[in-house]
Design a protein around this ligand. Structure first.
Ligand SMILES: [Zn+2]
Length: 157
């Protein structure tokens, strides 16, 4: 797993959590973006694609950078589909709490605690055994597959 390195950039905002910290388990970092895993026990296969520079809105990115980010989001989604066969993939970009551009890529299952509501809604049920044990794949193996897939898309790769 790679190590989080702050982006030395005029856009850095010390008040912003995603400028200061990785925001989860570091999976891969390129010059422009990083992929982290959210470390949410209820949703173990929950990744985020974070644009490294501090921009708040999707339309702040050029079309070329939007295409780059969507390529990474798509690569993460494909790994989750192939590795886990989830009921559904959820993609979201909200940023209400942390207005630093990031995409959520979440494998959802019809047995998960919130399904079919969004992960941010109230839980609908208790899940046992724990979700991580129901994935059928160890998280470090899943992380490695995600890292391999997105590394191929890094600028200069
Ligand atoms: Zn930021």
């Amino acid at each position: 797993m790679s190590t989080f390195q702050r982006l030395e950039s005029p856009s850095f905002q010390s008040s912003c959590e995603l400028c200061r910290e990785a925001g989860g388990a570091m999976i891969f970092q390129s010059a422009h973006w990083r992929v982290i895993r959210a470390e949410d026990a209820a949703f173990p296969a929950f990744y985020r694609v974070v644009w490294r520079a501090h921009v708040a809105e999707w339309s702040d990115l050029s079309l070329a950078h939007q295409a780059e980010v969507m390529g990474v989001v798509t690569a993460v989604e494909r790994v989750l589909r192939e590795a886990l066969a989830p009921t559904k993939i959820n993609l979201a970009s909200l940023g209400n709490v942390t207005p630093h551009l990031h995409w959520h890529v979440i494998a959802r299952f019809d047995w998960d605690s919130h399904y079919p509501a969004p992960v941010w809604a109230a839980a609908a049920r208790e899940v046992a055994p724990p979700p991580v044990e129901r994935l059928g794949l160890a998280l470090d193996a899943l992380d490695a597959r995600v890292a391999r897939a997105v590394a191929a898309l890094a600028p200069g790769a």
